[in-house]
Ligand binder design. Sequence first.
Ligand code: HEC
Length: 103
Amino acid sequence: MTFLRILSAILLSALISAPVIAAPDLANGKIIDQQKCYACHAKKTGFGNGDMIYTRSDGKVKSRADLKKMVGLCNTELRLDLFPEDEADVTAFLNQQFYKFKP
Ligand code: HEC
């Protein structure tokens, strides 16, 4: 199954020259969070822990749509220059790790 998915992803990206919207890459999302997001969130919450902003009880994110919007906001407002695929990956990672919204 996995092999078929990978194979079809490769075939698809070979066929279409534009970037393919593939399944989100959670490992990539985690790296992005650690490299681009964690330090600032750690500073902002004052706890020295960049994960706490995602789990705070008065968090702003109440749905998957909110999460997507917030990631987009942090990305564009702060000019982090993430590609749309990276944004999707980090959103998927944060949802899997912290928010756990249903698709
Ligand atoms: C320069 C600082 C900074 C950087 C870098 C940053 N953020 Fe944020 N982020 C914030 C601040 C400040 C808030 C709180 C905003 C508020 O409460 O209105 C926030 C809030 C969030 C929230 C909402 C948390 C919640 O549940 O309430 C998400 C999701 C988020 N950021 C994602 C990201 C992602 C993903 C990245 C990296 C790609 C990122 N941010 C990079 C400053 C930053």
